[in-house]
Design a protein around this ligand. Structure first.
Ligand SMILES: C[S@@+](CC[C@H](N)C(=O)[O-])C[C@H]1O[C@@H](n2cnc3c(N)ncnc32)[C@H](O)[C@@H]1O
Length: 325
């Protein structure tokens, strides 16, 4: 039996258009507040400073630049980078609603072949705001650079914090919306009052905190011109669990708006900020396609491709003893 919960698609009549707004005469950041789906093209720090200091967002989710020299960033020393990120987080937290979630998806900063896991570096910044860490989700993926002097990196981390002060404070966590098929749905209680009855939840199991979701490489259906987009499925799972219909989600480093795509598919409102005009325009187009029910994406619960089914997974004659070299 298929145990995956189905979620209603966005209503294309209610949500009609994705907007891309650029700073200019008579246009400032507050213009976004008129729209359900909008991207601001510009620097995020300036953008946030122009917004009212009041709780606006139900969820903030992002993958910031990692300071590793990608085409969209200038590499600086780790401390300078963290100081910049801290200033942005300081602007974000007062604009997050009580009980809201902030998800910061990061990898490693690498210097002199030494790794600095950014979640460790970011933790004191979030701690200062007295947020509560709910999960440190390990996002595991199959492809990337092959390193020669250490093991090849194949995971990144999502730090999920809630704006709560104690366990008495409530926050959104819709577990049933993201359950995944149980390993043994046919398993039954073998003793006790429920003996003979199925022991698992018929909606599936908790997806746990290690998520295997393919990263967006060249042959991925979601691939755009962006060198480092996160997969829509990663954000889809987060927002189905951590937000409700019509909630407002914000991505301060929106790139090609993968988070916006997930929001449009699942009827959450979305604002994003992106410095690069080309990425922002591609992002707007992707959100628009999703609003119209035409999103091209890989859902979070799609089973992984079994590579052993490919002919390419068979070693050619003589491969093992290097005769082909
Ligand atoms: C890791 S990428 C995010 C990709 C995004 N998650 C997606 O799926 O497309 C980080 C993005 O931050 C943008 N960026 C860098 N500095 C910025 C700034 N000061 N203000 C706004 N965006 C910035 C970069 O152009 C880049 O697209």
């Amino acid at each position: 039996m298929n145990q995956i919960v189905t979620i209603p698609m966005a209503n294309p009549i209610h949500f009609t258009q994705a907007h891309l707004l650029k700073p200019g005469r008579g246009v400032n950041a507050t213009a976004l507040t008129n729209h359900e789906y909008a991207l601001w093209m510009g620097d995020v720090e300036a953008f946030l400073k122009a917004l009212p200091v009041e709780p606006l967002f139900d969820m903030i989710v992002t993958s910031p630049p990692y300071n590793i020299g990608k085409e969209y960033e200038t590499r600086v020393g780790l401390q300078k980078y963290l100081d910049w990120q801290k200033r942005i987080i300081n602007e974000l937290i007062p604009r997050l609603k009580k009980g809201g979630s902030i998800c910061w998806q990061v990898g490693n900063f690498v210097d002199d072949n030494q790794i600095f896991p950014l979640d460790i570096e970011f933790a004191p910044i979030f701690k200062k705001h007295k947020l509560q860490l709910r999960n440190r989700i390990v996002w595991q993926f199959g492809h990337g650079l092959h390193t020669q002097k250490r093991f090849s990196g194949r995971y990144e981390v999502v730090m999920w914090y809630t704006k709560t002060e104690s366990n008495k404070d409530t926050y959104t966590f819709n577990l049933d919306a993201v359950r995944t098929p149980a390993k043994y749905p046919g398993k039954k209680h073998f003793k006790g009052p429920k003996v003979g009855q199925f022991s698992g939840n018929p909606l599936g199991k908790n997806p746990e905190d290690v998520w295997s979701i393919p990263n967006v490489k060249s042959n991925h259906v979601e691939k755009t011109l962006h060198p480092c987009q996160f997969p829509v499925g990663l954000i889809e799972r987060l927002l189905l669990a951590l937000t409700n219909l019509d909630d407002l989600v914000f991505d301060p480093f929106a790139g090609v708006a993968s988070a916006g795509v997930a929001c449009a598919i699942h009827s959450r409102r979305f604002w994003g900020c992106e410095l690069n005009e080309e990425y922002a325009e591609v992002g707007r187009q992707r959100i628009q396609a999703a609003i119209e029910g035409n999103a091209i994406y890989r859902p979070h619960d799609k089973p992984l491709y079994d590579h052993t089914q490919s002919k390419l997974s068979q070693p050619p004659e003589g491969f093992k003893n290097g005769e082909h070299l």
